[in-house]
Write a protein that binds this ligand. Structure first.
Ligand SMILES: Cc1cn([C@H]2C[C@H](O)[C@@H](COP(=O)(O)OP(=O)(O)O[C@H]3O[C@@H](C)[C@H](O)[C@@H](O)[C@H]3O)O2)c(=O)[nH]c1=O
Length: 391
């Protein structure tokens, strides 16, 4: 265990996660919970309302039990809002993820603690400037003697930074330096010996992504491509494109393209997939951040929002993202339907022509972002400041 100076072995933390949809909510919370436990020695209770979604990225999880331990994190089933709590059960630090409504009894019990917990609302990631004004803002409870603080992840030092584990970069480098390990990983996903040297692309996107246009381009393009697709991703489009239902464990070929569908990966293996590929299509929030730590060129499929708010967020990110070039920007806009592209093959060719240069720039980007510090450590440092001020 790596012990950081700012926390004690005995700190406890409750992290409340409501799964709104997909895997990002629990993906981020599971990552944060493990890191707080492993790197800071904190006793973490992860309260989750949807254990079935959680099970997809954490295959060892048991459904429908109240409490279980995984990776030394106490996983608690947040069955409903009627759960009852007493002050003795309240953690030192309480995090509600994405403004989820934590059980009323938990809030009442927090207010009754002789030493009140530090309470955070951990918000979603955006590169928009307004977060800098809201990061660390307090909000007083309307009735109870409690204050909640907003904590925003982000891309500069005026935000909470991005989450990265202390060992992440070493693990990535060790994986890439060991070609046997990397090849075995890819073979386990179903690649043949001959596929290993092919340009590898991973695909994780929302169902409305223009996957058929991409497939057409990959088939037509001169450079052979191997597309790696976790089961369930873009399945309707893939099935209609290939004219039948593709099953997990199948490889299909057309033109210069081979496509492999494989079971959804455990979260750490998904990182390995991003490291092992030459280009990654990612989405939402967590895979988007992991693609940046993978230091491989990527395109982000942003989570759709009403009134095309997500287009604003996409532009905000692309305007700060230094590895961007015209071709990658056009592909990002086309992938997110901000603009129409008539010749996907030409666009993809332009993107891959600049692959090496982009890849080098992604390394510099990751180096710069690491300077903002890791989100978990930044959050704990802030918790300590709050505690000291209120003492
Ligand atoms: C493809 C794949 C992903 N994963 C993990 C990586 C991430 O932790 C998680 C996916 O989360 P994301 O990338 O964030 O995409 P996402 O779309 O699944 O999640 C979210 O996006 C947010 C913006 C929204 O707020 C959420 O409500 C949610 O929709 O699943 C695996 O563990 N194995 C896999 O095979």
């Amino acid at each position: 265990m790596i012990q950081h100076e700012e926390t004690s072995q005995h700190t406890s933390l409750a992290l409340f996660c409501k799964v709104v949809d997909n895997y990002g909510d629990i993906g981020i919370c599971w990552r944060l919970a493990r890191q707080l436990q492993r790197e800071h020695g904190i006793h973490v209770q992860l309260w989750v309302d949807d254990l079935a979604s959680f099970q997809r990225i954490c295959p060892g999880l048991t459904l429908e039990i109240d409490r279980q331990f995984k990776a030394e994190v106490e996983i608690c089933w947040w069955k409903n809002q009627e759960l009852e709590f007493t002050p003795s059960e309240i953690a030192d630090i309480v995090i509600e993820f994405f403004a989820c409504d934590i059980p009323p009894s938990y809030i009442t019990a927090m207010s009754q603690c002789s030493e009140r917990p530090v309470w955070f609302n951990l918000e979603g990631l955006t590169a928009e400037e307004w977060v800098e004004g809201c990061h660390r803002l307090p909000s007083s409870h309307p009735r109870l003697p409690l204050t909640k603080y907003f904590f925003f992840p982000g891309f500069n030092e005026r935000t909470g930074g991005l989450m990265f584990e202390a060992e992440l970069e070493n693990q990535r480098l060790a994986f890439l330096a060991n070609s046997e390990l990397k090849n075995d990983f890819l073979k386990n996903l179903g690649l043949d010996e001959a596929d290993l040297s092919t340009f590898k692309v991973s695909l994780f996107c929302y169902p409305h992504a223009p996957v058929a246009s991409l497939l057409d381009a990959l088939i037509a393009t001169e450079r052979p491509t191997f597309l790696l697709v976790p089961e369930g991703v873009a399945s309707a489009t893939l099935n209609s494109f290939f004219g039948r239902e593709l099953k997990s464990g199948e490889t299909v070929s057309r033109g210069n393209l081979r496509v492999r569908i494989f079971p959804f990966l455990a979260q750490d293996d998904y990182d390995r997939l991003l490291w092992a590929c030459d280009f990654n299509f990612v989405r939402g929030e967590d895979s988007f951040v992991r693609a940046q730590w993978a230091q491989i060129p990527f395109v982000w499929h942003i989570y759709p929002q009403d009134d095309n708010l997500h287009h604003k967020k996409l532009r905000a990110f692309l305007s700060t993202y230094t590895p961007i070039n015209d071709a990658l920007r056009d592909l990002s806009f086309a992938w997110n339907e901000v603009m129409q592209v008539s010749d996907w093959t030409a666009l993809w060719t332009k993107v891959t022509d600049q692959h090496l240069q982009t890849q080098l720039q992604t390394q510099e980007w990751a180096r710069q972002k690491r300077k903002n510090g890791d989100l978990s450590a930044n959050l704990l440092r802030f918790a300590k400041e709050i505690k000291q001020k209120s003492a």
